[in-house]
Design a protein around this ligand. Structure first.
Ligand code: PMT
Length: 219
């Protein structure tokens, strides 16, 4: 993409999983690789945007000098990093798979294997995207929904509950979609539109998402 359609815009992208510590050696995590978010960061940077990529643990690499990467571990750290920059952001895209719950207590030493059963009490993490929606001024906000059932209903529910401009649904019921794969299959919803896309590489999905954002936001 030679045309710098996002020149002058700041795009903040969350990517990857979060890790919630249980003790110094263990955590609760998920299967997100970061690929979807890093593809989005690359494509936005190619289009001339200044990209702030807030990433949980991922082995993906960035090369474009328009991408400023901030590595975090937990949901709480991701929350704090996002809100360091949120006022300066034009477009926010939340592709991270953020843990909804975190251990109430983090053991300071490695937990020993003693009892036959073991319980970890979890408490709710802050919802980063929902808070972005509550604090929205000029920002154009894009969420993701990762669903396994009642996909469209849940995605549209999140569009409204989190005060988003657009939501990208990927369903684990679609082969080749979601976590880890180099491919994804998405549906995009706004308040008035629904568009369904074919299975394609995450780089191509990022192009579709950014084209859609530009059509909604820049026109
Ligand atoms: O990283 P990959 O392996 O490439 O996989 C990509 C992906 C499947 C992780 C990605 O495409 C995706 O769907 N990301 C969102 C995953 C998710 O956690 O969805 P959700 O339906 O639980 O959350 C809804 C939205 O709220 C998401 O935009 C999420 O980033 C955001 N959220 C959720 C909880 C929370 N505490 N804070 C948030 O910001």
């Amino acid at each position: 993409n030679q045309n710098k359609s996002l020149a002058g815009k700041t795009v903040l992208i969350t990517a990857g999983p979060t890790y919630e510590a249980i003790d110094p050696v263990r955590f609760i995590g998920n299967h997100s690789s970061g690929k979807m978010g890093y593809s989005l960061a690359d494509e936005a940077a190619k289009r001339g945007a200044k990209v702030i990529l807030v990433s949980g643990p991922s082995s993906e690499k960035v090369s474009n000098k328009n991408i400023e990467i901030h590595k975090v571990t937990s949901a709480k750290e991701m929350f704090d990093k996002v809100f360091e920059f949120y006022d300066t952001v034009d477009i926010g895209i939340a592709s991270a798979a953020v843990a909804d719950y975190t251990p109430k207590v983090v053991a300071s030493e490695k937990i020993k294997k003693n009892d036959e059963s073991f319980t970890i009490e979890l408490i709710k993490n802050p919802d980063i995207l929902k808070t972005m929606g509550e604090q929205k001024k000029h920002q154009f906000l894009v969420g993701f929904a990762l669903e396994t059932q009642n996909e469209e209903e849940n995605a549209i529910g999140k569009l409204h509950k989190k005060n988003l401009d657009m939501i990208v649904l990927n369903s684990l019921r679609d082969a080749g979609a979601g976590f880890k794969n180099d491919t994804n299959k998405i549906r995009i919803f706004t308040n008035t539109k629904k568009v369904e896309f074919d299975l394609k590489s995450k780089d191509s999905v990022a192009i579709d998402i950014l084209d859609f954002i530009e059509n909604q936001y820049l026109k």
